[in-house]
Design a protein around this ligand. Structure first.
Ligand code: 2IT
Length: 436
């Protein structure tokens, strides 16, 4: 889509100031493409240069992370934290990147949290538990200076799960001499974690798609579903899709795809991935109707609903065309930015139900918000109560996106809806807080 001249200037400036950050450019472009009609309706946002300010992180930290492996060899990695926007609350987001997306996603949840991301260039593959622990301790030895329950609240993301959050929390506690539970989310249930946080992104994404299907008087019953990935998000999407009557026929990891038209068995996947930390191809050892496709492309398999839940840019324009041609009617992005701009264009043109990550996967960070609420009040809610709150939040996210899309002239376009609804709230808060 063409940008107005003003938005094009902003975009070119972002490229110039952030050379090489192609995924950041991609995320910015997608948002500002939606904002033309917003600036027409709210010229004060333009005057206050809200978009220009949102595109520049409030603070960025890059730090050295030295650690020793099991043979006492010293390694040097690099850690990052990008504190993007605190207009709505303390910075909040995973230990990865794509902090820009997080601002709008967090805004959509209705929970008072700003946007941040962080990460490192450490590759956990093949590292022992002790090595991961030493790395996490060294990482926190720097990070602790800029985080806190009222300042910045990191969480897990790709490659950072409960184990890592535990090591990070232990080190933070030791450094600060405080049991400040709300400083990290995704904690274990026994030390301040929330019920449903592990399930939240997958459950939430399925709830969002269920709302989209419901708007067409449709549902998951009898639907054939693809879920890429086999991490947290993918596993709990599988669980919820099956609970709602759909059938997940394929999943994947970085080695390939498993395909079983009879449906993928949840318990086997949980055992393989959560308990034994093994590769997905081993699924076929115990399920003879399943086949493993080494380096296969999951999007080649015909489906009704697709949940890209692995990583960035995993659905290309070509994949999107294939999905549409094979009869796919809905896509829910469990991962962040898993569809390339060409792919997004294909879905929008085809008029299928397309739930972009910043709306569809907002249940994860929303439930982190619920974890913070419980930590602040020293409460621990039950599973059902927490799940009901998550479900309501996802209904609200859906309604916000649908209404904003309608109001700004793109009915049914949840990309436009999510960008505008997420943006307006942040822009109002920034305007109210003056030039900061
Ligand atoms: O992409 C995401 O929304 C997350 N990784 C979750 C962040 C969080 O703070 O729970």
């Amino acid at each position: 889509m063409a940008l107005t001249e003003r938005l094009e200037i902003i975009y070119q400036d972002v490229i110039k100031r952030n050379p090489g950050e192609v995924e950041f450019h991609q995320a910015v472009r997608e948002v500002i493409e939606s904002l033309g009609p917003v600036l027409v309706k709210y010229p004060d946002f333009a005057e206050a240069k809200i978009i220009e300010r949102i595109c520049e992180p409030e603070r960025q930290l890059i730090f050295r992370v030295p650690w020793q492996d099991d043979k006492n060899v010293v390694h040097i990695n690099r850690g990052f934290r990008v504190q993007f926007n605190s207009a709505l609350g303390p910075y909040k987001g995973g230990i990865k990147f794509l902090g820009f997306e997080q601002i709008f996603k967090n805004s959509l949840t209705g929970v008072p949290i700003g946007g941040a991301k962080g990460g490192s260039d450490f590759d956990p593959k093949g590292k022992s538990d002790n090595e991961v622990m030493r790395f996490c301790q060294s990482f926190m030895l720097e990070l602790w200076r800029i985080i806190g329950e009222h300042t910045d609240v990191p969480a897990g993301d790709i490659g950072v799960g409960g184990r890592e959050i535990g090591y990070l929390f232990g080190q933070y506690k030791r450094l600060t001499n405080k049991f400040e539970a709300g400083v990290l989310t995704g904690k274990g249930i026994v030390y301040g974690g929330s019920q449903v946080r592990t399930e939240a992104t997958g459950y939430g994404c399925t709830y969002f798609v269920n709302e989209m299907l419901g708007s067409k008087k449709n549902g998951f019953k009898g639907k054939k579903v693809l879920v890429s990935g086999s991490g947290n998000v993918a596993i709990y999407t599988l669980e919820k899709v099956h609970q709602l009557g759909g059938k997940v026929v394929a999943m994947s990891d970085s080695n390939g795809v498993i395909h079983d038209e009879k449906g993928i068995n949840l318990e086997t996947i949980k055992q393989l991935k959560e308990v034994e930390r093994r590769r997905i191809k081993e699924y076929c050892d115990s399920h003879k109707t399943a086949r493993f496709i080494p380096n296969g492309n999951i999007w080649d398999i015909p489906c009704d609903v697709a949940f890209p839940s692995a990583t960035e840019n995993e659905i290309t324009g070509k994949d999107a065309k294939k999905l549409v041609k094979n009869g796919c009617i809905a896509v829910g992005e469990g991962a962040n930015m898993p569809t390339t701009p060409e792919g997004v264009h294909v879905f929008i043109q085809a008029g299928i139900l397309y739930g972009p990550g910043k709306a569809a996967n907002a249940g994860g960070v929303a439930t982190s918000g619920l974890e913070m609420q419980q930590n602040a009040s020293r409460e621990a809610w039950g599973f059902e109560e927490t799940d009901a709150k998550l479900h309501q939040i996802m209904r609200n996210v859906y309604t916000l996106c649908a209404e904003a899309a309608e109001e700004f002239g793109s009915p049914g376009n949840f990309v436009v809806g999510a960008n505008i609804a997420g943006f307006i709230k942040v822009a109002r808060a920034m305007t109210a807080q003056g030039l900061v």
